[in-house]
Design a protein around this ligand. Structure first.
Ligand code: UFG
Length: 340
């Protein structure tokens, strides 16, 4: 049984990936400091997969604790590194926290990989590295634009650290650039747990629908898009989780063509904010209270992925459509509120 370390494994994308890994016969170890997740996620992972993953709670940005962990678990076959801060707005006010957490943890992990000859790393990157791309759909070869936020900058920096480190060592890495992951597990046992007022569109929609928020603000209707609202490539978190299993398998089986590979993960389809609202209302038979307000600072107008490289090279393709994303997001919110 291959052993995979999932950092940030009790988080949103991490927990879904743990389930997919377990269901495909991997042994999973989780490290998470629970800074943006809950220990009960382990119970829910176990309810879905029937297996409780091994778990340790510490901060991977702490060098000694990380080195100690790897000294005890040097037989790991691959690492999927999710653990990071991810709120764009927060990163503007706490840049150093973002650099320390996101960059230092990667350095500590790669150092441990080097010391213990653990070769395979899958890294969580983001389409934010592209900024507003000049050409759509955006390909992996598109230029990296100057980052708009410390969060985005940490993803760019981490990709560069990986690139130079893989060139100097025998480490093999796949960086996955996610577009907008949304939705929740079909079981409604795991999903996104936003702290406080959500920044992201889908949790704000579901919290408005459940009555936790009064009204959804649609940020901008004067973009150069068909209905004037901003366009994103939303993909279901379970499709995204499956891509991680494919990626780590590719590395373990030596199928990678370069020591660092980069793949876009999206559906390849762009949807506007109003189209997302329409899908949510239709599939769940709910009327959503929303209003148009001015643009949000820092938002790009439109971005969606060219997924052909991931489709052809990884053999992975997103399969779940927008309606299912909206249905599972709503089921999850109802479950959280104790209504389902
Ligand atoms: N939006 C609203 N109202 C809201 C929240 C969002 O209209 O209350 C709009 C945004 O303006 C944007 C779209 O919905 O047009 C999606 O916004 P999200 O905040 O859900 O997602 P972003 O595309 O802004 O951000 C996501 C991830 C980041 C990542 C970024 C890369 O959250 O981690 O994509 O583009 F960096």
């Amino acid at each position: 049984m291959k052993k995979i370390l999932v950092t940030g494994g009790t988080g949103y994308i991490g927990s879904h990936t743990v389930v997919e890994l377990q269901q495909q016969g991997f042994e999973v170890l989780i490290v998470d400091n629970l800074s943006n997740s809950n220990i009960e996620v382990l119970d829910n992972i176990e309810k879905i997969s029937g297996v409780r993953p091994y778990f340790e709670n510490f901060d991977l940005a702490a060098e000694a604790a990380t080195a100690d962990f790897f000294a005890r678990h040097s037989d790991i076959d691959g690492i999927i590194h999710f653990a990071a801060y991810k709120a764009v707005g927060e990163s503007m006010t706490k840049p150093l926290a973002y650099y320390r957490n996101n960059v230092q943890s990667l350095i500590n992990i790669m150092e441990a990989m080097r010391v213990h000859n653990i070769q395979n790393l899958v890294f969580s990157s983001s389409c934010t590295v592209y900024g507003q791309p000049d050409e759509l759909p955006v390909k992996e070869t598109a230029p990296i634009k100057k980052a708009w936020s410390p969060y985005g900058n940490t993803k760019q920096m981490c990709e560069e650290i990986i690139e130079f480190t893989t060139a100097a060592t025998n480490l093999k890495t796949i960086a996955l650039r996610y577009f907008n992951p949304i939705g929740a597990h079909e079981s409604a046992l795991i999903g996104e747990l936003p702290l406080g007022v959500p920044n992201n569109l889908i949790p704000f929609i579901t919290q408005t629908a459940i009555g936790k928020r009064e009204c959804l603000s649609v940020f901008g209707s004067d973009y150069s898009t068909p209905d004037g609202t901003a366009v994103r490539d939303y993909l279901h978190v379970v499709d995204l989780a499956k891509a991680h299993v494919v990626a780590v398998n590719r590395l373990i089986n030596g199928k990678n063509k370069k020591n660092m590979e980069i793949f876009n993960l999206g559906t390849g389809n762009g949807f506007s904010v109003l189209e997302v609202i329409e899908a949510f209302e239709r599939i769940n038979n709910i009327k959503l209270n929303y209003k148009i307000v001015p643009r949000r600072a820092g938002d790009v107008e439109k971005v969606w992925a060219d997924t052909s490289f991931a489709n052809e090279e990884l053999g992975w393709k997103a399969e779940i459509g927008l309606d299912e994303m909206m249905r599972t997001s709503w089921n999850w919110e109802k479950k959280l509120a104790g209504k389902a």
